[in-house]
Ligand binder design. Sequence first.
Ligand code: PLP
Length: 454
Amino acid sequence: MNDMKHLPNSPEARDIAYHFHGYTNAAAHAETGPMIIERGEGIYVYDSGGNRYIEALSGLWSAAVGFNEPRLAKAAADQMAKLPFYHNFGHKSHGPAIDLAEKLISLAPVEMSKVFYTNSGSEANDTVLKMLWYRSNSLGQPERKKVIARQRGYHGVTIASGSLTGLPNNHRSFDLPIEGVLHTTCPHFWKDGAPGETEEEFASRCAADLEALIEAEGPETIAAFFAEPVMGAGGVVVPPKTYWEKIQKVLNKYDILLIADEVICGFGRTGQMFGSHTFGMKPDVMVMSKQITSSYVPFTAFMMNERFYAPIAEESGRIGVLGHGYTGGSHPLGAAVALENIAIIEERELVRNARLVGARFRKQLESLQDHPLVGEIRGVGFIAALELVNDKRAKSVTGPVGQLGGLMNAALQRNGAISRNLGDAIAFCPPLITTEEQADDLFAIVKASLDDVT
Ligand code: PLP
């Protein structure tokens, strides 16, 4: 394509020529052009023009310790020098994988048994689904293969995890979801609560919807329920009061496993180590990614209890091997960086910081509630969203979904902050190291940007 806006050999022109981006309108990329980020420093990133931005989403809910933590660089360099790669096939192991597995299990809110390593959140959820099938076969329940996730839930983009994801754009033209992956009600009270319904009543309705789906499909066919403690990419949906208590009651009644997708919530985002702590969840499996290494290295893990693990181990014994594993699963670099990252989170009390600074920031956001374009402010810990509307009474936007959110996002960027609009909700999840002063700066940018789009 003829690119008139950029010099022929510039990074921008070469990006347009050669780089196929994820989550981007590919057809519009040549026109829009890339934003090239050159370096990071604390909660800030700098673009190729030297402009500084607060990374209000920590990248992709990722850089818990900020964008230039020297201890992580050192942990990576030391591990590179000592053992840059090894795997865990055929009973092989190495120190970082062992130390990290033990550490993760010690952090779990419920008794866990084993840790399995993968390379991305999508791959982890995909693997959990595959293991569920293996487990059901092992238990002599070959009919128990369906799983339930939620509308607007996000679990990744592979064929299986993209099916678990409950967002239309992740299915459209990809021929997803695959058979056997079902979706139940999104627990967004502000949007979907009926007139006069309380939060608790809405939570009961969500649990009743889940139960009705289980009954309609046949309880003996359902293996597990996949859910994020707080929905992230679906718009930062904090569950209504009593939601998790009621959902878990239904799952227990039908002997259905709970898979907590902690990819965003894990390692402090909700103000406690895991979202499962914050909401009293007792998952059978917890999927962890992103903030596990602050995303400095692509590295993911899921931990499971004995109820999940034992039948899988038995089946592998009968077959002679577990026919599953990844070359990069248990990568020593990722494990070493994860251990150091978790040590920093603990030593610097970043979970507490997220709780305190997050509460202060949300309180500031709430002061915008009367603004004509503000529908809902929601959040917990240091995950928040501002839902924009232009019809406040109808709680909706007239015009294309995401247009207002896109305008706000552009205004934020002009004013020095990068976030993402999830439809018309703007998400705020800055690094857990964010100070009170920096959160105040971010709020000032949000306020100015809101005025710009009004
Ligand atoms: N699960 C959740 C809750 C996520 O937010 C994401 C990514 O944003 C994923 C899974 C998928 O992770 P990845 O992009 O590493 O495949």
